[in-house]
Design a protein. Structure first.
Length: 150
């Protein structure tokens, strides 16, 4: 555990979580609870069911049309999206840059709008604990004590 990084987070409080009130009181448990709260949004996985609902509201027909158009440069990606709709996989992982790039190519080709793209990415966005985001794991009150007072 990088105790200096924990100390810096608490001292600087970049997300204005309010650590300072608890530092004065040496309330390490309250500081740990703040750090372990789900305050960081990260883009991750969209389930097949959520993708189907999203596609039904916006682009399912466009996917089908593009997949059947032999000369469409987005045909291969449309076939992949179609296979997701048909159950070939459990969803789409948007932590992978190539999957976000696929959406960008569909926006560039005016197959979907930027709003469509953002609404799909919003489905993939989930809050995680700040401690996990910063340090790879939840922190304990002992971690806080060691970071602040050695």
């Amino acid at each position: 555990m990088d105790y200096q990084a924990i100390n810096n987070e608490i001292a600087n409080d970049p997300q204005s979580l309010g650590y300072s009130a608890y530092v004065t009181d040496k309330n390490d448990l309250a500081i740990a609870e703040l750090l372990n709260s789900s305050t960081v949004d990260v883009v991750g996985w969209v389930s097949r069911n959520d993708f189907l609902i999203w596609a039904a509201q916006s682009i399912r027909g466009v996917i089908e049309d593009t997949a059947s158009a032999q000369s469409d440069p987005l045909r291969s990606s449309a076939l992949v999206l179609q296979s997701i709709c048909n159950g070939a996989t459990d969803g789409i992982d948007f932590t992978k840059a190539q999957n976000v790039a696929l959406l960008d190519s569909w926006v560039s080709a005016s197959k979907i709008t930027e709003t469509d793209k953002n609404s799909l990415l919003a489905l993939a966005t989930k809050p995680i604990e700040r401690s996990v985001y910063l340090f790879g794991r939840r922190v304990t009150h002992q971690d806080i004590s060691k970071a602040l007072r050695g």
